[in-house]
Structure formats: C-alpha cells, structure tokens
Write a protein that binds this ligand. Structure first.
Ligand code: DP6
Length: 321
C-alpha cells in the first residue's frame, strides 16, 4: 500500500489570514492563488502494518515532534475514511531550498493528502482532496486543483474547498521570487492566523475581501495586468497591516523587501507590468508577464540585499506519479 504524489506550492494574490475555525481551518475570507510550477514537492506514503508509529522523513532527515504530529493527524483522517489502522511512512523531498523562506506547507499537505489517500486505497474527488489538504494547512487546499485557484471560504468542513478558475496556460504570468532572507520565519502562519483577530484592522480587511476577490478574479479572467496589479498589492499590504497591528505584532518586512516593493512600484509607474506580493516572510514575489520577465529579473538582481531569484510560472494540479 504505497503511492507517490507531486504538487506545487502556490502564491496567494488574495490572501488567507485568520480563521473562523482554527482546528478545521475554515478561513475568515476566500482567497485566490496560482500554483508555482518550478517548485515541486514529491511525497511517498506507505502504510506498513509492522510500523509501531508514523514516520516522517523530509529531505532525508527524520522529523519528530510537532511536525510529525501535524502529519499524523492527516494520516488519522485518511485511516478513518479507509477504515485501516496501519501506521505509515511519509517520505518527502522539496526541489526548492527549504532554507529559502519559501512556504512549503501548501505543497507538503497537498502531496500528503493525495499520496496518503491513494496509498490507503481511497479514490477521492478533487473537492474531497482539497478539503483534506486544508486540514493540514489552509493554503494546501489551493495546491490540489490546477493553475489559477480560488478557495471559497465556506462555513464548515464540507463547503470550504478550492477549485480551479483557469488552467495554467490561461495567462503567461511569471513569479520572480526575490530572496532577501534565507532565515526561517520566527512566527509561522498557524500562530499568525490565531492572533489575526487581535488587530483592529482585521474586521475591515475581512469585510472588504469579497470585493477584492471579485476584482482579482475578473482581472485574471480578463488578463488585465493593471487591474490585477493594483488589487494584488492592496491585498498584500492589507494583510501586512493586520500582521503589524496584531498583538503580538508581526513584522516580516526587511529593508531589502521594502527596496524591492518601491522599485516595483516605480517600474510600473514607468509602464512595466510588475507588481509585488508578500506572504508571511521577508521574500518578495514579483509578478510580471513572460515578455518582460528576463528584464525584470535582471533589474531585481541589481537591488542591494537581493541574494537570489527563483522563477516560477503557472503550475498544474497535484498528481499521482
Ligand atoms: C500568508 O496555509 O501557511 O501565505 O493553515 O496554519 O498552515 P496554516 O497557514 P498557511 O497560511 C498561509 C498564509 C499566507 C497567505 C496565503 O497563502 O493565502
């Protein structure tokens, strides 16, 4: 009983920040993202009746403690559905530097949900897989379907799942990830979601989310870069405003992050298609179009404090290999 799955992380254009239910990971607002094709997680799950407990190996290193517990909880959900009780070994490899501050929980739990359920003999629909991945990490729900993906917030376990709004070849967006810090973030997303309600700005951010979601979805469907750029930057800034005004305050920006954001704004004012978005870390995702990607990558490399650029295009769905 074993299966291998590959999946991609995703970059959110409209962000998930704060849960209605932290255990089930039912978000306060819907979100929109694009899978990142250049970055891949590959996970093999095998259920073995002889194992005394679940085992997790990430990039060749055995992981215990909280990381293992989070994986075991997903394996428990799979065991319950499949009506089996064998423990499992999960072996996972990322092709992207894990120290680069690129979130891997989305691709990790998408690949785990898919490989784990297939290894247990379950044949889950895309929606069921998205719901299962969501339980491990909210953003993982969006790494199950292909291309450009919307996670509808829903209000319960059944109606909170993600679906594709356009395939990868719909729009030739490129994500140039400007690495400014390879450090692991001090406060992870899970703790961040839990304190989001302490910011007085969160209510306003959540109340306006349906409008931003609609604008962003339409901009993607119309391939309207300027409309896309302004709503994506606004949404990122609003999430970071909530983070900075939470108790305790979360401050992810580094001087080089700010330098990149300022440069991107200037380039766009000068007519280049470029906009920025940041997750819960210091690295800046610079979104542009294929035609301009090389030139913008070169400009980014020239900014002080930018140590590397990772390049990703719209990626496919999580797959069994
Ligand atoms: C800032 O999905 O990593 O990247 O559900 O606790 O695992 P958990 O959180 P996670 O949160 C992602 C936060 C974000 C924005 C986004 O991807 O939408």
């Amino acid at each position: 009983m074993n299966a291998t799955a590959v999946s991609h992380p995703n970059i959110a254009f409209i962000k998930y920040w704060g849960n209605r239910d932290n255990t089930l990971r039912i978000p306060m607002n819907g979100s929109l993202s694009m899978n990142l094709d250049g970055l891949t997680t590959r996970t093999t799950v095998s259920f073995q009746p002889s194992l005394p407990f679940d085992e997790l190996i990430i990039n060749g290193h055995e992981v215990m403690g909280a990381g293992l517990k989070r994986v075991s909880e997903i394996l428990d959900l799979i065991r319950e559905k499949a009506n089996i009780d064998a423990r499992a070994e999960a072996v996972t490899e990322n092709n992207f530097p894990s120290g680069a501050g690129i979130a891997s929980s989305a691709s990790a739990f998408a690949a785990l949900a898919l490989a784990g359920s297939a290894a247990a003999g379950l044949n889950l629909s895309e929606r069921e897989l998205s719901r299962l991945a969501r339980r491990g990490s909210g953003s993982a729900s969006r790494s199950i379907p292909e291309g450009f993906v919307e996670w509808q917030a829903g209000t319960n376990d059944e109606d909170s799942f993600a679906f594709s709004i356009a395939p990868p070849n719909h729009w030739d967006l490129v994500d140039l990830i400007a690495i400014v810090s390879a450090a692991h973030k001090k406060t992870g997303s899970t703790e961040g979601h839990a304190i989001a309600p302490t910011s007085p700005l969160q209510t306003a951010r959540v109340a306006d989310a349906p409008r931003r979601l609609e604008k962003c979805r339409q901009a993607i469907l119309d391939k309207d870069f300027n409309a896309f750029a302004s709503i994506v930057e606004l949404d990122s800034d609003m999430m970071h405003a909530v983070m900075m005004t939470s108790t305790p305050a979360l401050q992810y920006w580094k001087p080089a992050s700010l330098a990149v954001m300022e440069a991107v704004r200037m380039w766009r004012a000068n007519g280049l298609p470029a906009c920025y978005t940041m997750d819960a870390g210091a690295n800046v995702h610079v979104l542009t179009l294929e035609s301009e990607a090389q030139g913008i990558e070169k400009k980014l490399r020239g900014i002080d404090g930018v140590t590397n650029i990772l390049v990703a295009r719209p990626g496919g769905m999580a797959k069994i290999v």
